[in-house]
Every structure is written in structure tokens, then in C-alpha cells.
Design a protein around this ligand. Structure first.
Ligand code: HEM
Length: 156
């Protein structure tokens, strides 16, 4: 018989590897490399790369959410969301909610247009804002991955 919980866990981890790994690569490799370019070209390149990754990240965020909620339900662990000992569960759901809102609501509705308008006026400042935002999200994501792995295997 197929162990669907194990399948869900495998899908969950793969989607996290793709989504969070991609985020860290953009933050700590792509963005610092773009610094060498002239400000207007830098913002243009950033938008192109980010748009391509955002399409893939939407799939990973969706799979991470479906597999995560499936596991939560199968384990019968819904009440743990409100338990501070399982802070890492709340952290996973909060990070997922931030990205879901950004990728599926804010970006298509207004974030993309706002970024374009701001970049046309101040490409250097806009790039700095983007870099700072990526750094904050990357640090939160790294803490969440560590907390979730340690927590799922009984550290807390
Ligand atoms: C809707 C959002 C999410 C839900 C409902 C969810 C739920 C879960 C559940 C129920 C587990 C199994 C815990 C256990 O074995 O006791 C788990 C494991 C895990 N999750 Fe999530 N998760 C979500 C999003 C995320 C995010 C955003 C990340 C990373 C930033 C993440 C990373 C992990 C990791 C690393 C594990 C441990 C896998 C292992 O070592 O077995 N999850 N998640």
C-alpha cells in the first residue's frame, strides 16, 4: 500500500528546496552580482530574472501548502498551531501566507506596477529596497527551515 504521508512529506521537502533555495540564490548570488551593472540595466535584469523565478515559485508554494495542510490533517495536529511549543509550525504557515499573498495577490495586482513606476524614478533606491526585502525574507526562511526540521524530529 502507498504511504501517502511519506509521499506528501517528500513533495513538501522538494517544493521547499526549490522555493527557498531559489530565494537564497537570488538574494545572495544574483542580486549582489547585479550590483556591478549600471542602475537602470540592473533593475531591468532584476525584473526579468525575478519574473521567471516567480512563475516557478508559484507552483512550489502551491505544492508546499497542499502537502503541508494534508500532513497537518492526516496527523490530526491542527491544535498545535496555537501551541507555542510548536512555534515552527506557525512560522511555516506564516511564511507560506506571506509568499502566497505576494505571489498570487500583490504582485499581479499592484506590486509589479508599483515597482516599475518607482524604478523609473529611482532605479538605485528601488534596487536597494528589493535587496533589503529579499534579505529579510531569506533570514526568516532560513530560521523556519531549521526550526521545522529540528521540530519535526523532536528537538523542541
Ligand atoms: C501552509 C504552510 C505549511 C504547512 C501547513 C506545513 C506543514 C508541515 C507539517 C505538518 C510538517 C510535518 C511535521 C511533523 O513531522 O511533525 C512539515 C514539515 C516540514 N516543513 Fe512544512 N508546512 C508549511 C510550509 C512550510 C514552509 C514555508 C517551510 C520552509 C520554509 C516548511 C518546511 C518544512 C520542513 C523543513 C519540514 C520537515 C521535514 C522533515 O524533516 O521531515 N514548511 N510541514
Amino acid at each position: 500500500m502507498i504511504d501517502w504521508l511519506a509521499v506528501a512529506r517528500a513533495i513538501h521537502v522538494l517544493s521547499i528546496v526549490h522555493w527557498i533555495g531559489g530565494l537564497l540564490f537570488v538574494t545572495f548570488v544574483i542580486l549582489p552580482s547585479l550590483r556591478e551593472l549600471e542602475p537602470r540595466l540592473r533593475v531591468e535584469m532584476f525584473e526579468k530574472l525575478e519574473r521567471r523565478f516567480a512563475i516557478q515559485a508559484r507552483v512550489s508554494v502551491l505544492l508546499a501548502g497542499v502537502s503541508g495542510f494534508y500532513m497537518l490533517d492526516a496527523f490530526g495536529h491542527w491544535s498545535r498551531i496555537a501551541d507555542p511549543r510548536f512555534w515552527w509550525l506557525g512560522a511555516m504557515i506564516a511564511l507560506w501566507a506571506i509568499f502566497t499573498i505576494m505571489l498570487f495577490v500583490a504582485e499581479p495586482l499592484f506590486l509589479h506596477a508599483w515597482f516599475g513606476r518607482r524604478a523609473a524614478l529611482d532605479p538605485d533606491g528601488t534596487f536597494r529596497v528589493a535587496l533589503r526585502g529579499h534579505r529579510v525574507l531569506s533570514i526568516l526562511a532560513a530560521i523556519t527551515v531549521m526550526g521545522a526540521t529540528a521540530g519535526a524530529h523532536g528537538l523542541f
